[in-house]
Design a protein around this ligand. Structure first.
Ligand SMILES: [Zn+2]
Length: 119
């Protein structure tokens, strides 16, 4: 099973491919992947039996392309994603935020204060 880079179409074995994953984003459920060959950076979601490629959009991750990887499994942890395929497994950590930078939790967005419509 070889997994292609969608930019340069190089193909990688699972170990080389998943070792290039980084920065698990639990909120959007995606990992970053940097192609060892061309340096292209993609966001992808690890799904059962497939990888989903797409773009973060309005606080969600929209999957636009899927690559079948039969046997692919994932387990979501608090600060990491465990990926397994056949008997191998990889761990992708969530990057720790720099100290002193507050985590912004924005739900829904918009101001709490409503403005009256202008008459
Ligand atoms: Zn590439």
């Amino acid at each position: 099973m070889l997994i292609p880079c969608l930019a340069c179409e190089s193909r990688f074995g699972p170990d080389e491919y998943f070792s290039a994953c980084s920065d698990y984003n639990r909120g959007l459920d995606l990992v970053s992947w940097t192609c060892p060959h061309c340096g292209n950076r993609d966001d992808l979601r690890v799904l059962p039996d497939e990888l989903g490629f797409g773009y973060p959009h309005r606080g969600r991750f929209d999957v636009h392309a899927r690559v079948r990887v039969p046997g692919l499994r994932r387990h979501r942890g608090d600060l990491r994603l465990d990926i397994s395929l056949d008997r191998a497994s990889w761990h992708v950590s969530t990057p720790l935020r720099p100290v002193g930078v507050p985590v912004r939790l924005t739900a829904g967005g918009g101001s709490a204060r409503r403005r009256r419509p202008a008459l």
